[in-house]
Design a binder for this molecule. Sequence first.
Ligand code: HQG
Length: 193
Amino acid sequence: MGNDHYKKISKFISLVLRHNPDAAGISLDDHGWADVKELIQGVNETGRALDLETLKEIVRTNDKKRFSFNEDGTKIRANQGHSIQVDVELKQAVPPDVLYHGTATRFLGSILNAKEGLRAGSRLYVHLSKDYGTAVKVGMRHGVPAVLKVDAKRMMKEGYTFYLSENGVWLVEKVPVKYLERALEPEEPKAEP
Ligand code: HQG
């Protein structure tokens, strides 16, 4: 099965497991888990071909490692990015001193000037990246990218809780504007591959 098919199915599974399980006629438990058999059947019922082997392959090859199976492989969930209230048992962690948030230039006014800062919007958390380059890619999803530097060290000191998802995304409930600064370019040279 081609890459394109994987990508389309993967996008649909993201939608189902993060935002709208009903799109596949299934439900998630409190920890965000879907029953693998129900998911496969539900996806097929929407007219999209999916079998267990393909699902495993999608989970294994997913560029951002968006999904995880439980230990016995009977359940599956998204690692982060939810807009529905589920507790995916995120691990608290101490972030690097600086984190980055990728956004679009058109949002900067509202984020910075209104003193509003970063809010989670429709998702449960604000998503932060550990490097500038990743933040640029995230921002490009919304338009002309802009990167904000987050003073995570000071936020930690001042009592904010940070979580690190299974797939390496940093999450925090919000980022008030006093911890934000526009980052114009990478401050460290990119490591050679
Ligand atoms: C912006 C992708 C105006 C915020 C990525 C962002 C990520 C504000 C947008 C993950 C605002 C929300 C999440 C404020 C925040 N005023 N705009 N006060 N505060 N915003 O898609 O972080 O490929 O919900 O800057 O890689 O872009 O899906 O969040 O531009 O990890 O796995 O509101 O999604 O991962 O957009 O992306 P989103 P995000 P996946």
